[in-house]
Design a protein around this ligand. Structure first.
Ligand SMILES: O=C(CO)[C@H](O)[C@H](O)COP(=O)(O)O
Length: 298
């Protein structure tokens, strides 16, 4: 190195390091906000939505109206394109109703949603018991088993579903099916540890009978989709007869070494809400009841 440059570098004052304080100072954003009313902002800007977006909104609003109770303090927020309507309805409850609540995200997208709406952010490692989690789904069958992971968030989504006293699904009418694999054709999303993906694929092809299983590739990035947890995702389609026993195939996939989580959720949801084209909402309950209810009031 040139001698004058060397001298210059060594005589420059060093920047003062940021003070490292106790935990309460390290996470001020979350802790200082709780209990103080802040200005809430709706994540939905367009007030004139139609078609599928309207169906998603109907489902989300009805689910919030029925399942987010005044006494609920810890609320799980799922991922996908339906969940912003969940947050929209929660924001409509007002700053006072939400000031003492903490919202737990299932990934990067929902974390951004919570923070940008002005809601209090927490994490499931701080709050392993959640009052209610509301999440989207790629398909829901007649027993409320569902496929999730279209957005590659199903590991965290399953943790939040399991942590929740009440787990509620929200979706548009396309997701309401008799058996899984009917309209969702890419297959079961499987999160895998990157170095094990080729072995898991081989086992899916040759042992579990999914010859079309493939590594999910990114759209605006060269190479595979990388999850919020740094893992890869495989999509594995199975024959309709196999999909009629979702718990069995879920357990078999989970047993493959290298698999982190499987996007089949069995017997976890209490209810699933589907927005219909006619403006009504179909509700499927865990006990097998199916009802059609009117659209929620604006
Ligand atoms: O499981 C998910 C992400 O991993 C989503 O909840 C699922 O893909 C549904 O998304 P959308 O509401 O956009 O249909």
């Amino acid at each position: 190195m040139h001698r004058s440059l060397f001298r210059l570098l060594h005589t420059m004052p060093l920047p003062t390091p940021a003070p490292i304080g106790p935990a309460s100072q390290i996470r001020p954003v979350v802790l200082s906000r709780i209990g103080q009313p802040t200005k809430l902002v709706s994540p939905i800007k367009d007030q004139n939505i139609t078609g599928l977006e309207k169906s998603k909104q109907l489902a989300a609003w009805t689910a919030v109206d029925n399942h987010v109770k005044p006494e609920h303090r810890i609320i799980g927020i799922g991922s996908g394109s339906t969940v912003p309507y969940v947050v929209e309805r929660i924001v409509q409850l007002g700053a006072e109703a939400n000031q003492a609540r903490v919202f737990i995200p299932t990934g990067f997208q929902s974390k951004e949603l919570i923070v940008s709406s002005g809601l209090n952010l927490g994490d499931v490692d701080e709050y392993p018991t959640i009052d209610v989690t509301l999440d989207g789904a790629d398909e829901v069958d007649r027993e409320l088993n569902c496929i999730k992971g279209g957005g590659a968030c199903h590991l965290r989504e399953k943790v939040l579903a399991e942590a929740a006293t009440t787990f509620i699904l929200v979706a548009d009418h396309r997701k309401n099916v008799e058996f899984l694999g009917t309209s969702w054709t890419p297959g079961i999303p499987i999160e895998v540890v990157p170095f094990a993906y080729a072995k898991v694929l081989q086992n899916l092809h040759h042992i579990l009978g999914s010859p079309q299983a493939t590594l999910r590739m990114a759209v605006k990035k060269a190479g595979p989709v990388v999850t919020d947890n740094g893992n890869f995702v495989i999509d594995a389609p199975f024959d309709p007869e196999v999909m009629k026993k979702p718990y069995t195939i879920m357990a078999q996939i989970k047993m493959l070494t290298g698999v982190v989580e499987v996007g089949v959720f069995c017997h976890m949801a209490q209810a699933a809400y589907f927005g219909n084209e006619d403006g009504s909402v179909t509700v499927k309950w865990r006990d097998g009841r199916v009802e059609k209810v009117d659209a929620p009031k604006p």
